[in-house]
Design a protein around this ligand. Structure first.
Ligand SMILES: [Zn+2]
Length: 69
């Protein structure tokens, strides 16, 4: 825990979700710490993305290793 404010911008790693406060399709943009960007569109996709990235661990390197194996 820290007192630093949690600010998510388009140029820093983090998860940005929008569309939940309106009657529109939710969209989530995830910018990983490794620089990789993912976008999820739709409630289910957003939930899946959030469940993965909120762990705070980059899974891209692991995924690459698995794919290459
Ligand atoms: Zn990553």
């Amino acid at each position: 825990m820290s007192d630093q404010p949690t600010t998510v911008t388009s140029i820093r790693p983090g998860l940005t979700m929008r569309g939940f406060d309106r009657d529109r399709t939710p969209v989530a943009d995830w910018l990983c710490g490794c620089g990789r960007h993912e976008r999820a569109t739709g409630a289910d996709a957003v939930k899946n993305l959030a469940a993965r990235v909120l762990v705070g661990v980059c899974t891209h390197e692991v995924a690459v290793i698995k794919e290459a194996a």
